[in-house]
Structures are given as structure tokens and as C-alpha cells.
Ligand binder design. Structure first.
Ligand SMILES: [Zn+2]
Length: 286
């Protein structure tokens, strides 16, 4: 909804709300270029958050070309702004799109082909020049008008980055599926999840925030108490993992990361009834 409101402010310049915000926050600029400013209201800061989504789906339609900047603004279909594709253009005088349009309202082919990479030049020459002023459209809809549905899709990808960008621990889908389907108390599953994400209140971690708490393991007093140390390496933990039937699940696994250990446990279970029971037992023992 914030993106939708941002869309209205960016495109309906005559609306009261657009005028109000312009007067206060971007008098000499545009909504898309406006900055947070001092003493800005919560509503304004929220709108700027919504703008992050909006920016990902906007496309300028070129009319006169005098309000669209060549490098920074999105105006070439199915392409990121030129600045992200081609770092610079040889003629530094070129700033606005109308400088690429000749007196006959056609693309100035010579200027374009001598200043841009061939792929970008081709895309520019394929871009339509319309009558009238430049206008902002929403590229994700054929109508060109912002819709909450397509905005939501962008927001979803924005806040849920692709799997390959997530830390390795989050990517092991099989491991998480196995964890959440274990037949044991939810709090045990949550505990394992926290351990995998290094989110337990172990002394090594507490010490980083509260220096008066020693970081050493209170049981063995030999090493820093990390999640890994506490649940696997410390002698008491280690003795537990030597006992059947969990001993064959664990085997000798040298790792500094609990989640790798847990992933190993899950993958060793072979998904038999006994194997799954052993995983539950390992979770309870943790
Ligand atoms: Zn210890």
C-alpha cells in the first residue's frame, strides 16, 4: 500500500497529497529523488520505504525527453538504468534524453551509436518516442498503471532474496523439512533451529555484548562456550554422543558449525522409522 501511495505522489502531481509532500520534502526535486530530510515524519519515512519497491517496476515513456535522465532513470524497456549497464558515456555533455532526439522528433542515430555500447544503442533506437510530455508508467502491467498485485510480487522478491543469496544454512531445504516434521515438542524444534542459526544465549555470544560475563565454558573451563562447543565438543556433550543408538548417527565429524553437524545427523538417518526416531532423540539430547 505504501508503494501505491508513492505511485500516486509520483504520478499525480496535482493531487493535494502530492503537493503537500512536495512542499515539505522535495520542493526542488521529484518524489523519486527526494531524500529523508531532517525531522521527517514517520509517514514520510514509510513512503520512502515503499518507494524502494516502486523503483523496481517504473519505466519512463519518452515524450519530449526533457525530464528523463539518460543514465540514472529507467526508460529502456526490459533493462536496468543505463548507468548500471554501461558505466559512462564518452560525451559527458549528454544528460537528458531529449539530447538524443533530433529536430524531426527521431532518435539521433549518430549520437546514439557513437556513445553507447551496441546492445544499448539498439535498445534505444527501438524505444518509442511519444507525443507530449514524458510520463511515468508501471512496467509490470500492460496498462502502465501501478497495481498492488504486481507491487506485492516485487516486494516479496525484495524481502525474500533468491535462495542462492541466502547463507548456506538457510538453503538446505531438506534439512528444514525434516526438522519441522519431527515428532517432538515444538520448543525442541525451535531450539534446534536457533542452534543452527547460532542464536542460543551461549557465553561466547553473551560476552560480546556484556563484557562482565566470561566467555569460557562453565563445564570444562577449557574453551569458549559456542553453540558448537556446548552441544557437541564439550566433554559432557561428547560423552553423550558416544552412546548408542545416536553414536552411529554422529560418527567423527570435524566442524565448527552446529548446522553442518545437524545436517549431517539428518542426512545420516536414511529416513527410516528408526532413523527418524534417532534424529528426534538427538534433538531431545541437545
Ligand atoms: Zn566445555
Amino acid at each position: 500500500m505504501l508503494a501505491k501511495q508513492g505511485w500516486r505522489i509520483a504520478t499525480k502531481l496535482d493531487s493535494l497529497v502530492s503537493k503537500l509532500y512536495k512542499g515539505r520534502y522535495f520542493r526542488y526535486s521529484t518524489f523519486l529523488k527526494a531524500e529523508t530530510g531532517h525531522n521527517s515524519s514517520w509517514a514520510w519515512r514509510s513512503l520512502l520505504e515503499g518507494r524502494k519497491v516502486l523503483e523496481k517496476g517504473l519505466l519512463w515513456k519518452i515524450g519530449r525527453g526533457n525530464s528523463v535522465r539518460i543514465l540514472e532513470d529507467p526508460w529502456i524497456k526490459n533493462s536496468l538504468p543505463i548507468a548500471t549497464v554501461q558505466n559512462q558515456i564518452p560525451n559527458t555533455q549528454l544528460e537528458w534524453v531529449n539530447q538524443l532526439i533530433n529536430n524531426n522528433r527521431q532518435w539521433d542515430e549518430h549520437t546514439i551509436t557513437t556513445n553507447f555500447d551496441p546492445d544499448i544503442a539498439t535498445r534505444i533506437l527501438q524505444t518509442e518516442i511519444e507525443e507530449g510530455e514524458d510520463r511515468l508508467t508501471w512496467a509490470r502491467e500492460a496498462s502502465g498503471t501501478y497495481s498492488v498485485a504486481t507491487g506485492y510480487k516485487i516486494a516479496y522478491h525484495f524481502f525474500h532474496p533468491p535462495m542462492e543469496q541466502l547463507p548456506k544454512v538457510c538453503r538446505d531445504k531438506k534439512m528444514w523439512k525434516a526438522l519441522w516434521s519431527l515428532r517432538c515438542a515444538p520448543k525442541i524444534k525451535v531450539f534446534i533451529w536457533n542452534a543452527c542459526h547460532d542464536g542460543l544465549a551461549v557465553r561466547g555470544r553473551l560476552n560480546k555484548r556484556f563484557h562482565n560475563i566470561p566467555n569460557v565454558c562453565p563445564r570444562c573451563e577449557e574453551a569458549e562456550e559456542s553453540v558448537n562447543h556446548c552441544l557437541i565438543q564439550c566433554h559432557l556433550a561428547n560423552q553423550t554422543w558416544q552412546l548408542p543408538p545416536v553414536n552411529h548417527l554422529i560418527q567423527a565429524l570435524e566442524t565448527q558449525m552446529f548446522w553442518k553437524w545437524w545436517s549431517h545427523v539428518v542426512h545420516q538417518s536414511n529416513h527410516t522409522t528408526q532413523g527418524t526416531k534417532n534424529v528426534v532423540l538427538a534433538a531431545v539430547l541437545c
